[in-house]
Design a protein. Sequence first.
Lengths: 379, 300
Amino acid sequence: MASPDQPRLLMQGNEAVVAGAIAAGCRFFAGYPITPASEIAELMATRLPAHGGTFIQMEDEIASIAAAIGASLAGSKAMTATSGPGFSLMQENLGFACIAEAPLVVVNVMRGGPSTGLPTSPAQGDIMQARWGTHGDHPIIVLATSSVADCFTLTVQAFNFAEKYRVPVVLLSDEVVAHTREAVRLPASDQVEVVDRVRPSVPPEWYIPYEDNSRGVPAMAAFGDGYRHHVTGLVHDQRGFPTQRPEEIDAFLRRLFRKITNGFYEIHMLRAFMMEDAEIGIIACGSVARSARRAVVMARQQGIAAGLVQLITLFPFPRQPLVAACSDCRAVLVPEMNMGQLSREVRRVLPDAIAIHKHNRIDGQLITPDELVKKLISI
Amino acid sequence: MPSQSMAELRRRYLRHDKKFPHVWCPGCGNGIVLGALLRGIDRLALNKDDIVLVSGIGCSGRMPTYTDFNTLHTTHGRALAFATGVKLARPELHVLVVMGDGDATAIGGNHFIHAARRNLDLTAIIINNQIYGMTGGQTSPTTPYGSNATTAPLGHIEHAFSIAELAVTAGASFVARGTVYHATMLDRLISRAIGHVGFSVVEVMSNCHVQFGRRNGLGNAVQMLQWFKEHAIPLQPHDAKGTAEGAARMETALPPDSLDDRFTIGVLAERDKPNYIKEYDKIRHKADDKRPADAQDDRS
Ligand SMILES: Cc1ncc(C[n+]2csc(CCOP(=O)(O)OP(=O)(O)O)c2C)c(N)n1
Ligand code: SF4
């Protein structure tokens, strides 16, 4: 989305998330204040009304995500944003969005944890929570942003995936990305590709709300559009009513997975940097990927053939693309601001021939390019 | 043309052609509340497409499944929060929320008081059977002091919330209490609540003879209805607007917090208060005025 004609604007990551959401058509935001995500709510409160949208500050994060799902079911593109403690509170209803197939974007600006943890420090401790935090086996899409420009682009992308696949999308940011000011040129609003959910084209009496199709994504009617239907968190049949029949349960839950698997090659996104001849690949996401990129350049100056694979889509985990990108490496380095959540996934998918090195920092400080170069030298 | 015959109401408003059986015990008060809700809706001659019936989890929570509206069966305690989003996204819809006493005042208690305070135009119908029905007779926040429950086998030592009074204090702009015995009155309370602009609450004292009555010597469904008849103090004629009189009688409002206690029924509060949807429209206008012409792209 390079936009040379557009003015250069200086903005924070959180601000770019808001700009992206509005550009993607988000017209409903419900949230509860928490550092380092509060600016998203504050800016939504300022900007949504002028766009005919609605902002509401709810009594907690449980209510925030619930209201966002309600708005989504009533036809709005909806979002909420939070950080660790609030993300924990959202988990039950995140599962509701999965089973009800309500398009929804949840931004989690990660801070140090567990519990109240380190409210003003960056961390990456919620990667696995984003994937597995809500109970029950379920598919979900998780994206990770690393720059202000990405905050815009990936928020748009998160809405597009949510709408296209009828699934909640978690956008992971972190304290550094959220509060760093960078100059960006954002695309003009008519240059932003926006996807809207498919609405039913049949007359209401023919509408089967959860009917399977080749994509595995049923057309979605909004409440009030004349397609009276039932939405429940219970496992349901194609009509949306609770079922106990094993064949219906199985077909329904497998469809939820299939629709994401079907879309895998569109959903997975990674950025390979100097990987063509890399002997050591760094695999990173979020603000760590920024340091890693710099470290690659510095290492190359010292004669080390390093490269970077920046994961944008964390889940579904980009198994084949990652294996392909690293196939010629003798080793990979996985730096993270946690004790090793990405590295476990990397270990799961890479062939044994590639040595996997970890680099973990949990002191609330960013991983620096210098320490990564040192680590690369030692490998 | 509205019709009040039960057969006609059933035909018109229930999903009779769908395949599920209903889960309620024979004689459960939930059925009476459903009947009152349908009569209340029918009296107002609302279009089914414009109604969203939202519930939480519990026996009461199954109600939307059976009705031919836009229906939403959410998570335990969160119905009002989901409903808030639905209403804000589509303000022209009538959003009705049915909850159990545990649903609305234990796990969902925070959402309940804040919905009342906020005064968004939702109608909350709380079926107060003084127990957790669905999970097997555990205590709820309205279980009376001294009664027996599966989690209070030796007697309950906590004190009950009085839901309607809680709603009044929290700022709900229409609050009523009825019972499943006083069915005609309940119809009217529900249709008045739906017609009210702002957050409205109808607490319905209802029988769970299976999990509560049986365990507390209150007998079967019929005996429990008799109990409601004997313990309810009507605040005013059900169709009177007289909230001043109601207010004067409020002193007699006894929270049902012991098995012998009596409680008031009727309209406990009805007041004009700026409602959220109208207020938010004003915010939108202010925002339009403040918006510079060149801010179309909105990202500064
Ligand atoms: C988060 C969560 N906790 C607990 C439950 C289990 N649960 C289901 S219904 C219920 C209580 C039901 O009581 P009430 O709300 O009074 O409704 P009733 O069944 O009496 O109509 C509970 C605790 C749940 N579904 N979700
Ligand atoms: S358990 Fe109680 S509340 Fe539930 S259906 Fe039976 S009688 Fe009604």
